[in-house]
Design a protein around this ligand. Structure first.
Ligand SMILES: [Mn+2]
Length: 238
């Protein structure tokens, strides 16, 4: 039997009972596992950096998801800590190394939220440190009181993978972010925009599969048939 495809997922790190722990949302592991793919969790630790070349020796794609902010130093924005959420320089280093490697080797890359921001940074783009601060009239992109139920519309451009999956010019998406794409990375094509103009999805036409979404299809799985197709297309591209 051929061995299973392997997808890297860099974990997230936080303090629990005075100890640093590494974790990842189970739903990604679940979706990949059900799709016949082996998720390979890459832990955030100094020791991982020394072993990164081993992780990068044998894998088929990378999935990047939630997490704190990406350090502005990686996209040459002036440092402004008051506008930043939690951030983790070791996670940044591990994830950007893995993402760059995947892009250089034309392996499928799927990013949600912070993961889309990472794709944009890898292609030389930049981020707004805080979208609500730079645009007071912006759509509400995070609502802690209605965390999982808040939605805003996005307009989907035709001739994009997103339109191919959802077959609609407008859908309602969840939204959990205070940052967003400022300058678009080289070669990336916007696939969707919120009513305030913020980019909510990108892809790169020159690669086998490079897709970033600002929203989380897996957290609204039952709402559109297209949600499952995002993952299916990624898995098919591995
Ligand atoms: Mn949003």
């Amino acid at each position: 039997m051929p061995s299973k495809k392997k997808v890297l997922i860099v974990t997230r790190r936080e303090l629990r009972k005075n100890k640093l722990i590494n974790w990842v949302s189970e739903i990604y592991v679940q979706i990949l596992g059900q799709g016949g793919v082996l998720p390979v969790l890459v832990p955030i630790a100094q020791g991982t950096i020394a072993n990164l070349s081993d992780y990068l020796e044998d894998y088929d794609g990378i999935l990047m998801s939630e997490g704190g902010d990406i350090s502005p130093a990686l996209y040459n924005e002036p440092y402004s800590v008051s506008k930043l959420d939690e951030y983790d320089p070791i996670k940044d280093e591990i994830e950007i190394t893995c993402c760059r490697h995947a892009v250089e080797h034309n392996k499928p890359v799927l990013g949600f939220c912070r993961g889309m921001h990472m794709i944009n940074v890898v292609f030389g783009g930049s981020l707004h440190l805080d979208i609500h601060e730079i645009n007071k009239k912006s759509v509400l992109h995070i609502d802690y009181d209605n965390y999982d139920t808040v939605r805003h519309p996005i307009a989907i451009a035709e001739d994009t993978p997103l339109f191919h999956w959802y077959k609609e010019k407008e859908i309602q998406v969840n939204t959990y972010h205070h940052q967003g794409i400022k300058n678009l990375g080289e070669g990336l094509i916007p696939m969707a925009k919120a009513p305030d103009g913020l980019i909510e999805g990108v892809f790169h036409p020159d690669y086998k599969f490079v897709v970033g979404l600002q929203f989380h299809p897996e957290r609204m799985y039952q709402e559109y048939a297209g949600n499952k197709l995002v993952f299916k297309s990624f898995i098919d591209a591995l």
